[in-house]
Each structure stands twice: as structure tokens, then as C-alpha cells.
Design a binder for this molecule. Structure first.
Ligand SMILES: Cc1ncc(COP(=O)(O)O)c(C=O)c1O
Length: 362
């Protein structure tokens, strides 16, 4: 079977460096929030050109703690996309706030800025764009709307580590950038992990407290927080992979370019807007024949996944929000057409040619 992602190859390539840093952690017997987490926070902050980086237990927690630290909660509304992983909406709901969905554009499948303002009410406190599949959302327009209405902006960068708009990295545009280090992400750990990036030291201090039981340390608790700490072994793994992230992303872009040069014109291929880099967390095609293509791929032992078959506004878990089919026509149509293909830095050129041929024949 050709998998969506093969993490074994990357592990074997990096084994010596990984074992060296992981052994340092094991020998130090300091396993949680120690020197490796501090080094990782410093390096990721530097990589992005921000002053604050806070390692947390997952991408979901990064979103949750950032929203909470920005003072958003009960009675507030947060505008976001219905075309994302469920965690984006979950994090909003954890704080007591209500996710308010806005449809996406057909090309990049990100929040449609033209449709945001009509959803802004007195309760709206923030806009939460997701850089879906690794293509940046339209931050220029989103920030302009946020400024006009005095709203916070929280970026969900779970899929966009290293992606840029005019040379500036996603996660540095809004009030907070939230990252996931889930193993399959562009920068992936060997377990769960996440990070919040920002430039406000006082909000950063609040997030540091929230991740550690509302405490600044030494058994003094200023507020009720959470257990959302990043561990040293994950930080060690991420430090090794961070050395290679630009190379990994470049390879993803090369694989994507090869797919796009080979796939037939009978389907919609990923779009890259001028001035941005797409880091291809997913390489996602759109076709009216999606189910047929997926069946033929499966018959040929090639994995493919529909991200996402059910838009968030139609998920049973959030039926209390009162949305119905037809509310977001672009998202609903796209969820019936999208298909993500295998992509990872180590994917062989010959394999891409094989996959493209199977699709074109289908
Ligand atoms: C867009 C998006 N947001 C949030 C998350 C949540 O990240 P995590 O799985 O690390 O909690 C994910 C990851 O799966 C994601 O893809």
C-alpha cells in the first residue's frame, strides 16, 4: 500500500540525531517543561521573528489557551471556517464562546473575507482563520476587517508551519498563532504537542500560567488552569526536525509541483495565490468524480483521504448551533469534491508518477 505519509523513512534518516537528543533527555531525567522545551520555544520564536513562544500539549490546547488568554469566553462569538478539523471549533466551545461559521472561497478553501463582515455582531470578539492544507488564508483582508471592528485575530497554523505571505510566516499576523505538532504535521513530534506564538509578553505570561495549573510555580495558583505542558522528549524530537523544516517543506512543494505537472486538466488542482508559499500539508484535488477516483486508487493500493467529508456546521456534535444544510454552499460542494493524495518529503518521484497515472486513467 502507498500510504498518505510514511514516517518510518524520516525516522530512519534522522535516527542518530534523534537518539542523541532523546538520550540527553533520558539522562537528565527532566521530562517536562525543561531545557529542551525552552530551547525549542526560543528557536521557534526566532524562526518566526516573534518574541514569545509557549509549548503546550497539543494544537487543540494551543487554540484553547490562546482564545482564553485573549479574554474570550461565555457570551462571545468567534468567526471561523466550517472547512477545517473539528478541533478549531472545539477550542472555541471549550472557552464558553460560540463559533460563528463563514463560508470559504473555492480556490484556496480558506475563509472568504467578503463574507465575514455580515456575520459580525456586538458579541463578536475574534476572527479565527485556518491556513487550510498549508495555504495561507487572506490575512491582509482579515486583518483589515479585524482592525475596523476592533477584533482579535487567532491563526490556526496546525497545517501551515513555515508557510509565508510576502516573506512573513503564518502565525505572526494576528494576536496569536497556534501550531500543532501531531506526528503527521509538517513539523511533527512522536506524540502530541503544540505551541502558541505571539508578541505580547503579558498574554504570553497568562498562557504560561494556564498551561501549568494556573501557577507561576512553587505551588502558588493565581487562577484555575490546565495541565497542558509540552514534554522534553517531544521537544527533543522537534528540535531535530526543526533543523530540517525548510528542506522538508521545499520537498513537499517539489512533490506538489510534480503532481500538478502530471495530473490531467479534468480536475481542479491546488491553487497558490501570488506572494504566498503553500507548504502542502495536504495535496488536495477537486473533482466531480472524486468517489470514483478514490475507488480506483484503493483498487491500486494507493491511499487517499477525504479531508473533510462533513463540514463542521453539519456535525452532530454542534447541532445546538442551529445550522442546516445549504448554509455554506461553497464548503458543502467542496466537501463532496476534495481528495487528498499521498504527500511527504520522502515520497519518491516514481511513486508520484504512478499515482498520477492511475488518477488520469480513472
Ligand atoms: C486545522 C487544525 N486545527 C487544529 C488541530 C488540532 O491539533 P492537535 O491534533 O495537535 O490537537 C488540527 C490537527 O489535527 C488541525 O488540523
Amino acid at each position: 500500500m502507498i500510504p498518505m505519509i510514511d514516517l518510518k523513512k524520516q525516522f530512519n534518516d534522522l535516527k542518530d540525531e534523534l537518539f542523541e537528543l532523546i538520550t540527553e533527555v533520558l539522562e537528565s531525567s527532566q521530562y517536562i517543561l525543561g531545557p529542551k522545551v525552552m530551547e525549542l520555544e526560543k528557536k521557534i520564536a526566532e524562526y518566526h521573528g516573534v518574541s514569545e513562544a509557549i509549548g503546550v500539549a497539543s494544537g487543540t490546547d494551543a487554540l484553547h489557551l490562546a482564545i482564553e488568554a485573549l479574554g474570550i469566553g461565555e457570551g462571545d462569538e468567534v468567526i471561523t471556517t466550517p472547512f477545517t478539523f473539528f478541533a478549531t471549533a472545539e477550542a472555541i466551545i471549550y472557552t464558553g464562546a460560540t463559533p460563528v461559521f463563514v463560508d470559504i472561497t473555492n480556490d484556496t478553501m480558506n475563509l472568504d473575507p467578503q463574507k465575514i463582515e455580515e456575520k459580525i455582531t456586538k458579541r463578536t470578539k475574534a476572527i479565527l482563520p485556518v491556513h487550510i492544507f498549508g495555504h495561507p488564508a487572506d490575512m491582509e483582508q482579515i486583518l483589515a476587517i479585524a482592525r475596523r471592528h476592533n477584533l482579535s485575530v487567532i491563526e490556526d497554523c496546525a497545517q501551515s508551519f513555515g508557510a509565508e505571505i510576502q516573506g512573513k510566516k503564518t502565525g505572526c499576523f494576528g494576536d496569536a498563532g497556534c501550531f500543532s505538532f501531531y506526528p503527521s504535521k509538517n513539523l511533527g513530534a512522536f506524540g502530541d504537542g503544540g505551541m502558541v506564538l505571539l508578541n505580547d509578553s503579558s498574554i504570553a505570561a497568562d498562557i504560561r500560567k494556564l498551561r501549568n495549573h494556573g501557577s507561576k510555580g512553587a505551588y502558588r495558583h493565581q487562577s484555575v488552569g490546565f495541565n497542558s505542558r509540552l514534554d522534553e522528549i517531544q521537544a527533543a524530537v522537534l528540535l531535530v526536525k526543526l533543523r530540517r523544516i525548510d528542506e522538508f517543506n521545499k520537498k513537499r512543494m517539489q512533490k506538489a509541483a510534480l503532481y500538478s505537472s502530471l495530473l490531467s486538466e479534468n480536475m481542479e488542482l491546488p491553487v497558490v495565490k501570488p506572494g504566498v508559499t503553500h507548504v502542502y500539508h495536504q495535496y488536495t484535488i477537486k473533482s466531480n468524480e472524486r468517489d470514483k477516483i478514490q475507488k480506483v486508487l484503493g483498487d491500486n493500493n494507493i491511499a487517499s483521504v477525504v479531508y473533510y467529508p462533513i463540514p463542521l456546521h453539519l456535525q452532530e456534535a454542534v447541532s445546538f448551533l442551529g445550522y442546516k444544510k445549504g448554509d455554506f454552499p461553497v464548503t458543502e460542494e467542496i466537501s463532496e469534491k476534495v481528495l487528498s493524495l499521498p504527500i511527504y518529503p520522502e515520497l519518491e518521484e516514481a511513486t508520484i508518477r504512478q499515482i498520477a497515472e492511475v488518477i488520469n486513467n480513472a
